[in-house]
Write a protein that binds this ligand. Structure first.
Ligand SMILES: N[C@@H](CCC(=O)N[C@@H](CS)C(=O)NCC(=O)O)C(=O)O
Length: 220
């Protein structure tokens, strides 16, 4: 039997976090594929619609990727995803919280505005267009902050691969390369990540090298 049993839908950035973390710890995962248009299986076990959902041995389930990652770390602490120094570990928590609660806001809002008009910007109102531009500017500013951070260390939490990389990579990687033909999500979220979070080796050399470093890592 696999170490973890996880419900997923295709192309999920938050599911990819679990795949990276599990492989880092050498854990096996039984992936249970769910129809994105029929969330009953997810709702029945977890009381909500979003994936990933981790199935626990006692029949309970755990939703929300940050909570699942913490659960995995508690159960299999070695090799750790958090820095050994308690202060650095707290900073890693702050980074992840901010990534989830602040960084994700602009691309989610842009996708919510552009998705319904089929990415046809001519169909946006002036107010919507301004809102998209402001959020796109926020995304570009964050890219510069990541670039600066990676000037000091090989990974976002420090020199070792860890929870900050697991949290951010599945989203930031689309800035370097567009979704592959078999990786296109129906909501257009990946397209937003690519078009508005775009960077390359000339504009962000360290971020580019970091994406390539994490891309080379195994995923469960
Ligand atoms: N906070 C949650 C967010 C989960 C989430 O947004 N999952 C997406 C896939 S990446 C989903 O299920 N989306 C389906 C939908 O919105 O209908 C987490 O980190 O796991």
């Amino acid at each position: 039997m696999a170490d973890l049993r996880v419900l997923r839908i295709p192309h999920s950035t938050n599911v990819e976090r679990i795949a990276l973390a599990a492989a880092h710890k050498g854990l096996t995962v039984e992936w249970i594929d769910v129809d994105p248009d029929d969330r009953r299986a997810v709702r029945d076990v977890s009381g909500q619609d979003l994936v990933p959902v981790l199935l626990l041995d006692d029949g309970e389930a755990l939703a929300d990727s940050p909570r699942i990652l913490e659960w995995i770390e508690e159960r299999w602490p070695t090799p750790s995803l958090w820095p050994a120094d308690p202060g650095d570990a707290s900073l890693a928590d702050v980074f992840c919280h901010r990534f989830n609660e602040v960084w994700k806001g602009p691309p989610n809002r842009i996708a919510a505005v552009l998705g319904p008009v089929g990415f046809d910007t001519d169909r946006l109102t002036d107010r919507q267009r301004r809102a998209v531009e402001e959020d796109a500017a926020r995304m570009r500013t964050w890219l510069d902050r990541f670039e600066e951070r990676l000037g000091e260390h090989e990974h976002l939490c420090g020199d070792a691969f860890g929870i900050c990389d697991v949290t951010a990579y599945p989203f930031l990687r689309y800035g370097l390369r567009p979704p592959a033909a078999d990786d296109v999500d129906p909501d257009g979220f990946h397209r937003v990540l690519h078009e508005h979070g775009r960077f390359d080796a000339a504009s962000h050399p360290r971020l580019t090298a970091w994406v390539d470093r994490v891309a080379a890592r195994p995923q469960a």
